[in-house]
Design a protein around this ligand. Structure first.
Ligand SMILES: CC(=O)N[C@H]1[C@@H](OP(=O)(O)OP(=O)(O)OC[C@H]2O[C@@H](n3ccc(=O)[nH]c3=O)[C@H](O)[C@@H]2O)O[C@H](CO)[C@@H](O)[C@@H]1O
Length: 359
């Protein structure tokens, strides 16, 4: 029997890696060889290195900047170099299919795949496609979407709605372990604060400014983002982590309420685990506004409340968190029938079908 080989790509932020983390073990279990193309120093190299038996290939990559920088002039050359590196890797490894979770590192991989005639599948987890995926879609065979609303922005012939892919292990956490990890008790409800995989300075500051009031209402687990733990802030019932890996499932199990950015993977995880959430989407000043659309979709369905960053004043944060506490019942009712298991199986089937056609 010929060796089955798949290549994954995606990176820049954890949101462009976690779907790959969810899908890779399923292919390994069935004997597939797995390669990954990512950047040298991006978070994907660290997250993928935690998996066994995945061959990681770093390539040169540009970065998307929404501001002027001298680096912007060097980027086209880096992307060109990355494309040549990816072309060589694909020629050597000969995967029958490529799965891309997006982020800028995926663009040269998709270009090289097109040149090699290897079919590629893209996953778009945000409400509207990001720039990297917009560039890559013409070179892909298929585009899968998390939000049903995203279908209107994708080419009809290539697009398929599959829903959110959530890592299995997130459903297997232990509340007891999560509470123990934070040194918390069963009493007060637990509020998890997560500002996206990189943390959110604005949210971190607002939380710290209101900590004395908030610890009277909640026990608080604050994921600050790498390098953002403030050791000088200490309270009973408050604990900080910069980034959490394996323990995340236990922390989720111990969580009653969430205060978060509106990155799509994170909010679908909270939904799948039925956690009432207050979302502070990344503002239009700092992004293309995709998190605002993600958050609005969740609000419309009754899963989340929204506090816009422009309205993030001291009193509003506390008021909105108290409102969230009050609205627990209705949020849980809205989330009750949401099921997330099918999406992963659908992705795996689509990848296998396309791979079979090329063999
Ligand atoms: C600033 C930015 O560009 N944000 C984008 C980025 O967000 P970001 O990288 O934050 O992505 P998401 O919120 O979608 O996902 C974050 C993922 O990281 C995991 N996690 C987070 C913290 C932690 O300590 N441990 C951990 O494992 C979460 O469980 C989740 O699976 O990609 C998302 C998906 O395209 C977009 O919606 C966001 O707009």
């Amino acid at each position: 029997m010929s060796e089955k080989r798949i290549l994954f790509t995606g990176g820049g932020t954890a949101g462009h890696v976690v779907v790959n983390l969810a899908v890779i073990p399923a292919f390994q279990k069935e004997g597939w060889e797995v390669d990954y193309i990512g950047s040298k120093n991006g978070i994907e190299s660290e997250l993928i290195s935690r998996l066994d038996d995945v061959t990681y290939h770093p390539i040169s990559t540009g970065k998307l900047r929404r501001y002027f920088s001298k680096e912007n002039f060097k980027d086209p050359f880096k992307v060109l170099k990355g494309t040549m590196q990816a072309y060589r890797i694909l020629g050597k490894k000969k995967p029958s299919v490529i799965f891309s979770k997006g982020g800028f590192v995926s663009v040269p991989v998709l270009a090289a795949a097109k040149m090699r005639g290897i079919p590629a599948i893209i996953h778009e987890s945000d409400y509207t496609p990001g720039l990297a995926n917009k560039l890559a879609i013409p070179m892909a065979k298929k585009v899968l979407a998390t939000f049903p609303e995203t279908m209107q922005f994708l080419p009809e012939k290539k697009a398929e709605w599959i829903g959110a892919v959530v890592r299995n292990e997130l459903f297997q956490g232990s509340k007891k372990k999560g509470l123990a990890l934070a040194n918390f008790t069963e009493g007060q409800p637990v509020l998890l604060i997560m500002g996206g995989s990189g943390g959110a300075q604005r949210i971190n500051q607002a939380v710290r400014d209101n900590l004395d009031v908030l610890v009277k209402e909640f026990q608080i687990i604050h994921i600050t983002g790498k390098g953002n733990v403030d050791e000088s802030v200490k309270r009973a019932g408050y604990i900080q982590f910069d980034y959490v890996n394996e323990e995340l499932s236990d922390i989720f199990a111990a969580t009653d309420f969430v205060l978060s950015r509106a990155g799509s993977n994170a909010i679908f995880e909270f939904l799948a685990l039925k956690k009432p959430m207050l979302l502070i989407p990344l503002s239009r000043n700092a992004s293309r506004g995709d998190q605002i659309l993600n958050a609005n979709s969740f609000k419309k369905q009754g899963y989340a409340n929204i506090l816009e960053e422009e309205e993030l004043t001291e009193d509003r944060l506390v008021t909105e968190l108290l409102n969230l506490k009050q609205s627990k019942k209705e949020k849980l009712k809205a989330m009750k029938n949401y099921e997330s298991f099918e999406a992963k199986q659908k992705v795996i089937k689509i990848i296998k079908d396309i791979s079979n056609k090329t063999q």
